[in-house]
Design a protein around this ligand. Structure first.
Ligand SMILES: [Zn+2]
Length: 248
């Protein structure tokens, strides 16, 4: 991990922890922009610098990542500097991530789905769950005070193997910002029809493919664009009359 970061004055409300720079934008950029617009303290923690990527360089990706974070309104973006292509839910990686979580103190963490085409995505999901637990253990040797985020939420956008979402977030109001943040990664996505787990659909350009998939989730909650999420915990509403999304 990088040793140059110092603990921010205030805890974060929401932290996106994903394997590679650009994953957070693709998978939950709308949710991050929405939270930032609500005045919540939002951060992105990229676990690797994407140095194994076929396109671009880590330096270029870092510049693109900073530009994308600014577009989303995210106030903090850190990189854990773990090895790209070799991400593991190992004890060393857990301790590194637990220390970063103790510094950032996020109430909620959003990350990858449990499985994934890219081995790093699978590993990141397991690593995040393990580290969130470890960060709360009093006896973990660490220069930082124990802290455990309240909740871990998994993005299932573009996943073919995930169960139905626990909920879908209406991101219609920030859809253009999400797409501009994705476009900031020109070295990764410029001219592409697919990207990672966003599989190509004929000659459709990547932005149209992203919009098509997000329009599908939007229609499931009767809005234009949505991002789907999953949690193992059951959700609760105050009353039957507060349950959203019309039936018929
Ligand atoms: Zn990735």
């Amino acid at each position: 991990m990088s040793a140059t970061y110092s603990t921010p004055d205030q805890p974060l409300d929401l932290l996106a922890v994903f394997a590679h720079p650009d994953d957070a934008e693709l998978l939950c950029g709308g949710a991050l922009a929405l939270a930032a617009e609500r005045g919540e303290r939002v951060g992105i923690l990229d676990l690797t610098r994407g140095e194994m990527g076929s396109r671009g360089t880590p330096e270029l990706r870092a510049k693109e990542a900073d530009a994308a974070a600014e577009i989303l309104g995210v106030s903090l973006r850190w990189n854990a500097g773990l090895p790209d292509g070799r991400l593991e839910d190992s004890h060393d990686a857990r301790r590194a991530l637990a220390n970063l979580l103790r510094m950032l103190r996020p109430g909620v963490v959003v990350t990858h789905w449990l499985d994934g085409r890219h081995p790093d995505h699978r590993a990141a999901s397991a690593l995040v769950r393990s580290s969130v637990f470890l960060a709360g253990l009093r006896k973990l040797e660490s220069p930082h005070a124990p802290f455990r985020p309240r909740k871990v939420i998994h993005s299932i956008l573009f996943r073919e193997d995930a169960p139905p979402p626990s909920f879908v977030l209406d991101v219609t109001a920030v859809m253009d910002r999400k797409m501009r943040a994705v476009a900031a990664f020109e070295s990764q996505f410029g001219g592409n029809r697919g990207a990672g787990e966003v599989y190509p659909g004929g000659d459709r350009a990547l932005p149209d493919q992203i919009r098509a998939q997000m329009a599908h989730w939007g229609s499931r909650i009767r809005v234009e664009y949505g991002e789907p999420f999953w949690t193992p915990e059951t959700l609760s509403f105050p009353s039957l009359t507060d349950v959203p999304v019309s039936s018929l």
